[in-house]
Design a protein around this ligand. Structure first.
Ligand code: HEM
Length: 337
Protein backbone atom coordinates (compact mmCIF):
# COMPACT_ATOMS: atom_id res chain seq x y z
CA UNK A 1 0.00 0.00 0.00
CA UNK A 2 1.44 3.37 -1.05
CA UNK A 3 2.07 5.89 1.73
CA UNK A 4 1.49 9.67 1.68
CA UNK A 5 4.28 11.30 -0.25
CA UNK A 6 5.71 14.82 -0.22
CA UNK A 7 7.06 14.26 -3.72
CA UNK A 8 4.18 15.93 -5.59
CA UNK A 9 4.71 18.50 -8.34
CA UNK A 10 2.53 21.15 -9.92
CA UNK A 11 2.87 21.45 -13.69
CA UNK A 12 2.41 25.04 -14.84
CA UNK A 13 1.57 25.15 -18.55
CA UNK A 14 3.16 27.80 -20.79
CA UNK A 15 1.28 31.12 -20.76
CA UNK A 16 -1.34 29.92 -18.29
CA UNK A 17 -1.14 32.95 -16.01
CA UNK A 18 -2.35 35.29 -18.78
CA UNK A 19 -4.88 32.72 -19.97
CA UNK A 20 -6.33 32.27 -16.47
CA UNK A 21 -6.61 36.01 -15.99
CA UNK A 22 -8.51 36.11 -19.29
CA UNK A 23 -10.88 33.41 -17.99
CA UNK A 24 -11.52 35.42 -14.83
CA UNK A 25 -12.25 38.52 -16.92
CA UNK A 26 -14.61 36.54 -19.14
CA UNK A 27 -16.56 35.29 -16.10
CA UNK A 28 -16.56 38.79 -14.58
CA UNK A 29 -17.93 40.26 -17.83
CA UNK A 30 -20.77 37.72 -17.84
CA UNK A 31 -21.49 38.56 -14.21
CA UNK A 32 -21.43 42.29 -15.02
CA UNK A 33 -23.89 41.81 -17.90
CA UNK A 34 -26.25 39.62 -15.88
CA UNK A 35 -26.29 40.88 -12.31
CA UNK A 36 -23.12 42.49 -11.01
CA UNK A 37 -24.33 42.18 -7.41
CA UNK A 38 -24.50 38.38 -7.66
CA UNK A 39 -21.70 35.84 -7.67
CA UNK A 40 -20.16 34.91 -11.05
CA UNK A 41 -21.06 31.25 -10.41
CA UNK A 42 -22.92 29.45 -7.58
CA UNK A 43 -25.38 32.34 -7.69
CA UNK A 44 -28.25 30.69 -5.83
CA UNK A 45 -27.70 30.14 -2.14
CA UNK A 46 -29.85 27.42 -0.62
CA UNK A 47 -28.99 28.72 2.83
CA UNK A 48 -26.24 30.39 4.88
CA UNK A 49 -25.72 29.10 8.41
CA UNK A 50 -23.45 29.36 11.44
CA UNK A 51 -21.29 26.33 12.15
CA UNK A 52 -18.48 25.08 14.37
CA UNK A 53 -15.38 23.23 13.28
CA UNK A 54 -13.55 21.03 15.78
CA UNK A 55 -10.02 20.03 14.79
CA UNK A 56 -9.04 16.89 16.71
CA UNK A 57 -6.07 16.66 19.07
CA UNK A 58 -3.21 14.19 18.70
CA UNK A 59 -3.50 13.78 14.94
CA UNK A 60 -0.83 11.72 13.16
CA UNK A 61 2.13 13.63 11.67
CA UNK A 62 0.66 13.50 8.14
CA UNK A 63 -2.30 15.59 9.36
CA UNK A 64 -0.54 17.82 11.91
CA UNK A 65 0.11 20.79 9.61
CA UNK A 66 -1.67 24.13 9.20
CA UNK A 67 -5.12 23.82 10.73
CA UNK A 68 -4.29 20.23 11.68
CA UNK A 69 -1.58 21.58 13.99
CA UNK A 70 -4.06 23.93 15.68
CA UNK A 71 -6.55 21.64 17.43
CA UNK A 72 -9.60 23.23 19.01
CA UNK A 73 -13.05 24.58 18.30
CA UNK A 74 -13.50 27.29 15.65
CA UNK A 75 -16.42 29.44 14.70
CA UNK A 76 -17.41 28.84 11.05
CA UNK A 77 -19.99 29.72 8.41
CA UNK A 78 -21.41 27.51 5.68
CA UNK A 79 -23.05 28.54 2.41
CA UNK A 80 -25.02 25.84 0.58
CA UNK A 81 -25.47 26.69 -3.10
CA UNK A 82 -26.42 25.51 -6.56
CA UNK A 83 -23.49 25.76 -8.96
CA UNK A 84 -25.14 27.55 -11.86
CA UNK A 85 -25.00 31.16 -12.97
CA UNK A 86 -28.81 31.54 -12.76
CA UNK A 87 -31.27 31.09 -9.92
CA UNK A 88 -33.06 27.94 -11.06
CA UNK A 89 -35.49 25.49 -9.46
CA UNK A 90 -33.64 23.25 -7.03
CA UNK A 91 -34.77 20.25 -9.10
CA UNK A 92 -32.81 21.51 -12.13
CA UNK A 93 -29.66 19.52 -12.90
CA UNK A 94 -26.70 21.22 -11.24
CA UNK A 95 -23.67 20.83 -9.02
CA UNK A 96 -24.19 21.64 -5.35
CA UNK A 97 -21.74 23.85 -3.49
CA UNK A 98 -20.76 23.75 0.16
CA UNK A 99 -18.49 26.64 1.11
CA UNK A 100 -17.01 26.69 4.60
CA UNK A 101 -15.32 29.70 6.18
CA UNK A 102 -13.45 28.91 9.39
CA UNK A 103 -12.87 32.03 11.48
CA UNK A 104 -10.31 32.85 14.19
CA UNK A 105 -7.51 30.95 12.47
CA UNK A 106 -4.13 32.38 13.48
CA UNK A 107 -1.11 32.16 11.17
CA UNK A 108 0.14 33.67 7.92
CA UNK A 109 -2.28 33.57 4.98
CA UNK A 110 -1.49 33.21 1.28
CA UNK A 111 -3.05 36.24 -0.44
CA UNK A 112 -0.72 39.25 -0.48
CA UNK A 113 -2.30 42.01 1.62
CA UNK A 114 -4.43 39.50 3.54
CA UNK A 115 -1.54 37.78 5.37
CA UNK A 116 -3.09 38.65 8.74
CA UNK A 117 -6.64 37.60 7.86
CA UNK A 118 -8.12 35.15 10.37
CA UNK A 119 -10.00 32.92 7.95
CA UNK A 120 -9.45 29.57 6.28
CA UNK A 121 -11.96 28.65 3.57
CA UNK A 122 -12.78 25.26 2.05
CA UNK A 123 -14.91 25.27 -1.12
CA UNK A 124 -16.50 21.96 -1.93
CA UNK A 125 -18.95 20.35 -4.34
CA UNK A 126 -21.00 17.16 -4.14
CA UNK A 127 -18.54 15.09 -6.24
CA UNK A 128 -14.98 13.99 -5.46
CA UNK A 129 -13.71 14.95 -8.94
CA UNK A 130 -14.95 17.10 -11.82
CA UNK A 131 -16.24 16.20 -15.27
CA UNK A 132 -13.63 18.53 -16.74
CA UNK A 133 -9.95 17.76 -16.56
CA UNK A 134 -8.62 21.27 -16.03
CA UNK A 135 -9.37 24.99 -16.01
CA UNK A 136 -9.19 25.18 -19.82
CA UNK A 137 -11.96 22.58 -20.15
CA UNK A 138 -13.90 24.27 -17.32
CA UNK A 139 -13.97 27.53 -19.25
CA UNK A 140 -14.69 25.75 -22.53
CA UNK A 141 -17.86 24.33 -21.01
CA UNK A 142 -18.87 27.63 -19.37
CA UNK A 143 -18.44 29.36 -22.75
CA UNK A 144 -20.35 26.61 -24.61
CA UNK A 145 -23.21 26.85 -22.11
CA UNK A 146 -23.84 30.45 -23.13
CA UNK A 147 -25.57 29.08 -26.23
CA UNK A 148 -27.24 25.81 -25.08
CA UNK A 149 -28.35 24.79 -28.59
CA UNK A 150 -24.76 24.92 -29.82
CA UNK A 151 -23.25 23.50 -26.64
CA UNK A 152 -21.91 20.28 -28.13
CA UNK A 153 -20.45 21.72 -31.38
CA UNK A 154 -18.88 24.59 -29.44
CA UNK A 155 -17.37 22.22 -26.91
CA UNK A 156 -16.08 19.95 -29.70
CA UNK A 157 -14.50 23.05 -31.28
CA UNK A 158 -12.63 23.86 -28.05
CA UNK A 159 -11.61 20.48 -26.64
CA UNK A 160 -11.98 17.99 -29.52
CA UNK A 161 -14.56 15.28 -30.12
CA UNK A 162 -13.24 12.65 -27.68
CA UNK A 163 -12.99 14.97 -24.68
CA UNK A 164 -16.28 16.71 -25.52
CA UNK A 165 -18.09 13.36 -25.53
CA UNK A 166 -16.53 12.29 -22.25
CA UNK A 167 -17.24 15.65 -20.54
CA UNK A 168 -20.88 15.75 -21.67
CA UNK A 169 -21.47 12.14 -20.60
CA UNK A 170 -19.95 12.65 -17.16
CA UNK A 171 -21.50 16.07 -16.61
CA UNK A 172 -24.93 14.67 -17.44
CA UNK A 173 -24.50 12.00 -14.77
CA UNK A 174 -23.08 14.32 -12.12
CA UNK A 175 -25.36 17.28 -12.65
CA UNK A 176 -28.31 14.91 -12.74
CA UNK A 177 -27.72 13.40 -9.28
CA UNK A 178 -30.93 14.03 -7.36
CA UNK A 179 -30.05 15.29 -3.92
CA UNK A 180 -32.90 15.42 -1.43
CA UNK A 181 -31.09 17.30 1.35
CA UNK A 182 -27.82 19.18 1.75
CA UNK A 183 -27.57 17.58 5.19
CA UNK A 184 -27.34 14.03 3.85
CA UNK A 185 -24.95 14.91 1.02
CA UNK A 186 -21.15 14.68 1.33
CA UNK A 187 -18.94 17.37 -0.16
CA UNK A 188 -15.42 17.35 -1.62
CA UNK A 189 -12.82 19.99 -2.49
CA UNK A 190 -12.30 17.99 -5.72
CA UNK A 191 -9.18 20.13 -6.24
CA UNK A 192 -6.00 19.70 -4.17
CA UNK A 193 -4.34 21.96 -1.62
CA UNK A 194 -1.18 21.69 0.39
CA UNK A 195 -1.21 20.37 3.92
CA UNK A 196 2.25 21.42 5.07
CA UNK A 197 4.64 19.34 2.94
CA UNK A 198 1.80 17.06 1.70
CA UNK A 199 -0.88 17.58 -0.94
CA UNK A 200 -4.43 16.63 0.03
CA UNK A 201 -8.05 16.82 -0.95
CA UNK A 202 -10.61 17.72 1.70
CA UNK A 203 -14.08 16.36 2.32
CA UNK A 204 -17.04 16.92 4.63
CA UNK A 205 -18.74 13.55 4.98
CA UNK A 206 -22.38 13.76 6.03
CA UNK A 207 -23.18 11.71 9.15
CA UNK A 208 -26.91 11.73 8.34
CA UNK A 209 -28.07 9.32 5.65
CA UNK A 210 -30.99 10.06 3.32
CA UNK A 211 -34.20 8.62 4.80
CA UNK A 212 -35.48 5.52 2.96
CA UNK A 213 -37.57 6.64 0.01
CA UNK A 214 -36.61 10.34 0.47
CA UNK A 215 -37.89 12.39 -2.47
CA UNK A 216 -36.99 15.82 -3.77
CA UNK A 217 -39.39 18.56 -2.69
CA UNK A 218 -41.60 20.29 -5.26
CA UNK A 219 -40.97 23.86 -4.23
CA UNK A 220 -38.57 26.09 -6.21
CA UNK A 221 -36.34 26.44 -3.12
CA UNK A 222 -36.92 23.05 -1.50
CA UNK A 223 -33.26 22.50 -0.60
CA UNK A 224 -33.09 25.68 1.49
CA UNK A 225 -36.51 25.02 3.01
CA UNK A 226 -35.57 21.47 3.95
CA UNK A 227 -32.34 22.65 5.61
CA UNK A 228 -34.16 25.42 7.46
CA UNK A 229 -36.60 22.89 8.93
CA UNK A 230 -33.88 20.39 9.73
CA UNK A 231 -31.56 22.75 11.62
CA UNK A 232 -34.53 24.23 13.48
CA UNK A 233 -34.98 20.85 15.14
CA UNK A 234 -31.41 19.68 15.63
CA UNK A 235 -27.77 19.84 14.53
CA UNK A 236 -26.33 18.61 11.25
CA UNK A 237 -22.89 16.99 11.44
CA UNK A 238 -20.13 16.18 8.94
CA UNK A 239 -16.80 14.42 9.45
CA UNK A 240 -13.94 16.68 8.35
CA UNK A 241 -11.55 14.49 6.36
CA UNK A 242 -8.40 14.71 4.28
CA UNK A 243 -6.99 12.37 1.65
CA UNK A 244 -3.26 12.45 0.87
CA UNK A 245 -1.37 12.49 -2.40
CA UNK A 246 0.35 9.12 -2.90
CA UNK A 247 1.73 8.99 -6.44
CA UNK A 248 0.98 10.45 -9.90
CA UNK A 249 -1.18 7.48 -10.94
CA UNK A 250 -3.51 7.08 -7.92
CA UNK A 251 -3.66 10.77 -6.98
CA UNK A 252 -2.86 12.97 -10.02
CA UNK A 253 -2.45 16.61 -9.07
CA UNK A 254 -3.38 18.31 -12.34
CA UNK A 255 -6.03 15.93 -13.79
CA UNK A 256 -9.16 16.94 -11.89
CA UNK A 257 -11.41 14.43 -13.64
CA UNK A 258 -9.68 11.54 -11.87
CA UNK A 259 -11.03 10.60 -8.45
CA UNK A 260 -8.12 10.09 -6.05
CA UNK A 261 -7.63 6.51 -4.91
CA UNK A 262 -6.28 7.07 -1.40
CA UNK A 263 -7.61 6.50 2.12
CA UNK A 264 -9.54 9.24 3.90
CA UNK A 265 -8.42 10.32 7.37
CA UNK A 266 -10.95 11.98 9.69
CA UNK A 267 -9.33 14.96 11.43
CA UNK A 268 -12.30 16.73 12.99
CA UNK A 269 -16.00 17.49 12.91
CA UNK A 270 -18.06 20.24 11.33
CA UNK A 271 -21.31 20.81 13.21
CA UNK A 272 -24.11 23.08 12.11
CA UNK A 273 -25.80 23.62 15.47
CA UNK A 274 -29.56 23.84 15.90
CA UNK A 275 -30.61 27.35 14.78
CA UNK A 276 -33.61 29.18 13.44
CA UNK A 277 -32.57 30.50 10.02
CA UNK A 278 -35.98 32.13 9.58
CA UNK A 279 -35.75 34.20 12.80
CA UNK A 280 -34.52 37.83 12.72
CA UNK A 281 -31.13 36.61 13.97
CA UNK A 282 -31.05 33.78 11.44
CA UNK A 283 -31.84 36.19 8.63
CA UNK A 284 -28.90 38.37 9.69
CA UNK A 285 -26.65 35.29 9.44
CA UNK A 286 -28.05 34.50 5.99
CA UNK A 287 -27.30 38.07 4.79
CA UNK A 288 -23.84 38.01 6.33
CA UNK A 289 -22.99 34.72 4.59
CA UNK A 290 -24.38 36.00 1.29
CA UNK A 291 -22.19 39.12 1.42
CA UNK A 292 -19.09 37.12 2.43
CA UNK A 293 -16.48 35.97 -0.02
CA UNK A 294 -15.57 32.30 0.04
CA UNK A 295 -12.30 31.78 -1.83
CA UNK A 296 -9.98 28.72 -1.79
CA UNK A 297 -7.08 31.17 -1.61
CA UNK A 298 -8.31 32.48 1.76
CA UNK A 299 -5.89 30.00 3.22
CA UNK A 300 -2.98 29.49 5.58
CA UNK A 301 0.35 29.31 3.76
CA UNK A 302 0.41 25.64 4.82
CA UNK A 303 -2.81 25.17 2.80
CA UNK A 304 -1.81 26.89 -0.44
CA UNK A 305 -4.18 25.70 -3.20
CA UNK A 306 -2.60 23.42 -5.81
CA UNK A 307 -3.19 22.45 -9.42
CA UNK A 308 -4.35 24.33 -12.49
CA UNK A 309 -8.00 24.73 -11.42
CA UNK A 310 -6.88 26.35 -8.20
CA UNK A 311 -4.38 28.58 -10.02
CA UNK A 312 -7.19 29.74 -12.34
CA UNK A 313 -9.42 30.35 -9.31
CA UNK A 314 -6.76 32.64 -7.86
CA UNK A 315 -7.97 35.27 -10.36
CA UNK A 316 -11.63 34.33 -10.76
CA UNK A 317 -12.79 34.72 -7.16
CA UNK A 318 -11.01 38.04 -6.63
CA UNK A 319 -12.62 39.59 -9.72
CA UNK A 320 -16.06 38.16 -8.88
CA UNK A 321 -16.00 39.37 -5.28
CA UNK A 322 -14.64 42.78 -6.31
CA UNK A 323 -17.43 43.15 -8.87
CA UNK A 324 -20.15 42.32 -6.37
CA UNK A 325 -18.50 44.35 -3.59
CA UNK A 326 -18.31 41.43 -1.18
CA UNK A 327 -17.73 42.08 2.52
CA UNK A 328 -14.17 42.06 3.91
CA UNK A 329 -12.90 38.99 5.75
CA UNK A 330 -14.55 38.57 9.17
CA UNK A 331 -12.37 38.31 12.27
CA UNK A 332 -14.61 36.25 14.52
CA UNK A 333 -16.10 39.15 16.47
CA UNK A 334 -19.37 39.07 14.46
CA UNK A 335 -22.55 39.54 16.46
CA UNK A 336 -26.03 38.90 15.13
CA UNK A 337 -28.19 39.69 18.19
C1 HEM B 1 -12.86 21.77 -8.23
C2 HEM B 1 -13.10 22.95 -8.71
C3 HEM B 1 -14.07 23.94 -8.09
C4 HEM B 1 -14.84 23.87 -6.96
C5 HEM B 1 -14.92 22.74 -5.95
C6 HEM B 1 -15.58 25.11 -6.87
C7 HEM B 1 -16.47 25.43 -5.87
C8 HEM B 1 -17.13 26.64 -5.73
C9 HEM B 1 -18.09 26.95 -4.70
C10 HEM B 1 -18.54 26.02 -3.59
C11 HEM B 1 -18.50 28.23 -4.90
C12 HEM B 1 -19.53 28.99 -4.08
C13 HEM B 1 -18.85 29.83 -3.03
C14 HEM B 1 -19.85 30.55 -2.17
O1 HEM B 1 -20.79 29.90 -1.69
O2 HEM B 1 -19.71 31.77 -1.98
C15 HEM B 1 -17.81 28.74 -6.06
C16 HEM B 1 -17.95 30.01 -6.58
C17 HEM B 1 -17.28 30.47 -7.66
N1 HEM B 1 -16.43 29.75 -8.48
FE1 HEM B 1 -15.79 27.87 -8.17
N2 HEM B 1 -15.24 25.91 -7.93
C18 HEM B 1 -14.32 25.23 -8.71
C19 HEM B 1 -13.72 25.66 -9.86
C20 HEM B 1 -13.82 26.93 -10.35
C21 HEM B 1 -13.08 27.43 -11.48
C22 HEM B 1 -12.06 26.60 -12.29
C23 HEM B 1 -13.45 28.73 -11.64
C24 HEM B 1 -12.99 29.71 -12.67
C25 HEM B 1 -11.79 29.74 -13.21
C26 HEM B 1 -14.43 29.05 -10.61
C27 HEM B 1 -15.05 30.27 -10.45
C28 HEM B 1 -15.94 30.59 -9.45
C29 HEM B 1 -16.50 31.92 -9.26
C30 HEM B 1 -16.23 33.15 -10.13
C31 HEM B 1 -17.34 31.86 -8.12
C32 HEM B 1 -18.12 33.00 -7.47
C33 HEM B 1 -17.18 33.70 -6.47
C34 HEM B 1 -17.85 34.76 -5.62
O3 HEM B 1 -18.30 35.79 -6.14
O4 HEM B 1 -17.89 34.59 -4.39
N3 HEM B 1 -14.62 27.94 -9.85
N4 HEM B 1 -16.98 27.74 -6.56
Amino acid sequence: MATPSTDWKEVVSPGEEARFLGYAEYLRDLQRKRRPNDRGLHVKANLGLEAELVVDQNLPEIARHGLGAKPGKYRAYVRFSNGGAMRAHDKANDLRGFAVKVVGVEGKKVIPGLENARTQDFLCINHPSTAVRDADEFLAIVRAMQSPLLLVPKLVGSVGLGRAFSIVKRAAGELGSKITSGATTSYYSAAPLSWGPYAVKVSFQARAKPEAGAKQGDSFDFLGEELTQRVKHGPVVYDFRIQHYLDPQSTPLEAHDVEWQAPWLTIGTLTIPQQDAASPRGRKVVSFVEAASFDPWHALVEHRPLGNMMRARNHAYRLSTEERKAAPEPDGSEKFD
